[in-house]
Design a protein around this ligand. Sequence first.
Ligand code: SF4
Length: 387
Amino acid sequence: MVTSLVNNREASHLKLHLLSEGVTFTESFLEKFGCDFSLMEKRRAYNNSDDAHLDLQLRVPQEIIIGDVVIAVKHKKDSPWQLEFKESYYLSHYGKPVTLVSFPFRPLLFDQKTPKGIRCDAVANLYGGSSLAFFTPSTCYYFKNGFECKFCSLEPTRDNETTFVHTITPEVASDVFRIALSSDPNIFKQIMLVGGNIPDYNLGFKNNLRITKSLNKTQEHLPASKQLEIHIATMPPRDLELINEFSKLNARLTMNLEVFDDQIFEILCSGKARDYGRENLKRALQYASKTLPDKRVHSILIAGLEPISSTIEGIKTLVSMGVTPIINVFHSDRGSPLENLSQPSYENLLSVALELEKVYQQYELTPYWNGCGRNSLDFEALHGWFS
Ligand code: SF4
């Protein structure tokens, strides 16, 4: 049993370990958490990074919170890390207590319905304890012909989970957001839009724009300091001028390179490479970074899918383009072609994290997920907690 909490610096290093090595649960933990309905349970909205040894019917957390650090929970049977409960929740390493931990609260929103009778939890999710997340559309056309990204488990996960609405309209998103503002005024700190792709890239982009505008309108009565920034992860449109509309919105945009190495991209993201094109993706990032103010254009690189030196080169190149890099740690998702690929080691993640820390501090970059990036390292890098 443990009664103390490690500091944010130690917690950031624990994050690297837990993202690399995963975690298991003791019986007492599962018993306690299983009945702790005030805490947020794991919802597999679009991916499943628990190994095949976990019974998916069990109620488990989706994130661990240690101080200000939020960490994704990924069950790995052979992990040396365990979540335990004895008077309080704590983390242990080979059975030795390390630190107290906590978990995000479950928003009251999820038990409510919109005026049209749609359950809010079928529309939105909670990401990282403080981001109101909309996943739309819930399918991705790359899966049709086997051109999906090889690390993605969207289709196998959604096959098992049928509770989510397929396409979210601006009206439905705004109805849910309106309820969230009154039911959980202290939980949500940002909004996130993410989803699969449709073949018409302009239409996909416009759909995100429409939802963003509607969400902004829903909160326009609030003082600016209370309004939530909207973060959109999407493929770029073919017509780059559509990006101009973002400059007037309270929003950030991420268009993801996924890996820095062009050849690895062609193999791992064959749908994106075939139908949109790697060079077009880079051109779109360049265009957006020149068009949108305040370094509000981001791009994800996934650490663990290419040599670490390549990820580090990617960080520097993105910064030189005026794009803020996001480093997400690879998770081997159940049902994806990369299900059996090993997670990156703690040492490799630390090398990337230290490089990220340098550029975040030097260029005063803003993390895409501000304190809620369960798989990303940006928030901790900004604060210098890795060095
Ligand atoms: S673009 Fe790739 S990662 Fe995104 S939903 Fe489609 S297949 Fe999955």
